[in-house]
Design a protein around this ligand. Structure first.
Ligand SMILES: Nc1ncnc2c1ncn2[C@@H]1O[C@H](COP(=O)(O)OP(=O)(O)O)[C@@H](O)[C@H]1O
Ligand SMILES: [Mg+2]
Length: 444
């Protein structure tokens, strides 16, 4: 994210030296590209790591140049060959960034400006595309094998690459600098609960408590802002689900990485271009999932009327469901769920929806990105039920700095998640599942 390392305004920013190709090489590269393919899609599934395909491209390139009597020097030829291989078998100008696992995100802001993030640091790179046509070449190579269209009728595409990375494309005239490509790579290894303990996001005791909550089939909502670590925490607690339970995960774009075997991962689908057919929304998938004999339903994020379907699932015996919602406090999460459930358009009275929330949700975990940039659990809150018109919430653990409990995500780091001295009402369920949680865990 840009805000993480802003470009200082007091010193003049100088972009890195760009790798401009010689106009002659760029021209040749543009000319040979389409001529080396038997059909536009011929090498769509190939990669630059593919020795055989590389040799085919080199062979064709050399005979094309020979055939047309093109005379170029050895260094120029080598530059051309590398560029053509990247264009035909890879991601064009950004191929080396895509292949290098240490880059987590790549952003192409038109042909001349390409940024990349590595180890949390975002920097402009020396790479450039020759021109708009060159980016379009790569953009089309990205979308073609995904059966997607990227053109004036469909000027914006959001898709998942075969390796799980996300790619977003938008073209002119909406993208003013030229075709924009944003790639967010799929992390090789997801963070584990041990990692989170090491980062101070939670304590080992709290990890034990959360594991007990998951095994005892509590319905849990992770609440937090964008980039606060909701999905990461959801992934960690989903990995606490016992191996023999059938788990269905439902996401807009698959990010969860569960280690269990009996897992079915579902992802929403966009409509077929130019129609409303083929669309599967979170709502559709939640309803479908209920017919797939789930023991557990994990929904990546609830952001629309799917909230109602999820609440109904939780209330009709699909205990142990897990999800996240975008909100800044457990109280806020409740009202957000209420608003979202109302969006389902069932014309339910708000009090009915509220009572569904109160009976469905057992636990809310608040995740936040603190002032110092660290990501922490700031509250773990029990939903005790409805009293009159109010949902009763009880904090069990609260993030505390210097004795001051933090109830706000802008809270500074350096504190600890501390027990509030209250034993949650649902702990009887732990013993039903044969889990022992030492009472000292809840003593402040
Ligand atoms: N507890 C944590 N400590 C350190 N980094 C974290 C933590 N949780 C998440 N991250 C990192 O923060 C980024 C955003 O996390 P993510 O879970 O996708 O947030 P959200 O789902 O709230 O948008 C990811 O790069 C992730 O690896
Ligand atoms: Mg997320």
């Amino acid at each position: 994210m840009f805000t993480a390392n802003p470009i200082p305004t007091d010193v003049e920013y100088s972009p890195p030296q760009k790798r401009h190709s010689d106009p002659k090489i760029a021209g040749l590269r543009r000319w040979v590209r389409p001529k080396l393919l038997a059909a536009p899609s011929e090498f769509d599934l190939a990669s630059t790591a593919d020795e055989e395909h590389r040799n085919t491209v080199i062979h064709r390139l050399q005979s094309l140049l020979q055939h047309n009597n093109v005379q170029i020097g050895q260094t120029e030829y080598e530059e051309l060959e590398q560029g053509v291989i990247d264009d035909l078998l890879g991601f064009g100008a950004i191929e080396s960034l895509v292949r290098d696992r240490s880059y987590s995100e790549i952003m192409v802001n038109g042909p001349d400006v390409i940024f990349a993030e590595r180890k949390g640091k975002m920097e402009e790179t020396e790479f450039i595309f020759d021109d708009e046509e060159h980016i379009q070449w790569t953009a089309q190579r990205i979308v073609r094998p995904l059966q997607r269209e990227f053109n004036r009728r469909n000027p914006m595409v959001d898709a998942r690459l075969p390796d799980g990375s996300r790619v977003h494309l938008i073209m002119p005239p909406s993208a003013l600098q030229g075709t924009t490509i944003t790639i967010r790579k799929f992390p090789e290894k997801a963070l584990t609960w041990q990692d989170l303990v090491q980062y101070g996001s939670l304590t080992e005791d709290v990890a034990d408590f959360l594991r007990a909550c998951v095994i005892a089939r509590l319905n849990i909502v992770v609440s937090g802002g964008t980039g606060s670590g909701k999905t990461t925490l959801l992934n960690v607690i989903s990995n606490f689900i016992p191996d023999d339970e059938r788990t269905l995960t439902i996401e807009d774009s698959a990010e969860l990485q569960l280690s269990q075997r009996h897992v079915v991962s579902l992802e929403t689908a966009a409509a077929v271009p130019g129609s409303d057919e083929g669309q599967l929304r979170i709502r559709d998938l939640v309803k479908g999932a209920l017919r797939m004999r789930p023991d557990r339903i994990v929904v990546g994020e609830i952001r629309d009327g799917a909230a109602l379907d999820m609440l109904q699932a939780m209330n009709t015996g699909h205990d142990g469901s897990l999800t996240t919602v975008h909100s800044n406090s457990p109280r806020d999460a409740v009202s957000r769920l209420e608003t979202l459930a109302m969006m389902a358009g069932m014309d339910l009275p708000v009090l009915i929806v509220r009572s569904q929330i109160a009976s469905a949700v057992n636990l809310i975990i608040q995740q936040a990105r603190l002032k110092d940039g660290s990501r922490k659990i700031t509250q773990i809150t029990e939903v005790q039920g409805l009293e009159g018109e109010n949902v009763i919430l009880q904090n069990i653990f609260t993030y505390t700095t210097n004795g001051k409990p933090g109830f706000h995500p802008s809270h500074e780091g350096g504190g600890q998640l501390m027990a509030n001295g209250l034993r949650p009402k649902f702990t009887e369920r732990f013993s039903e599942y044969g889990i022992e949680i030492p009472p000292r865990l809840f003593i402040s």
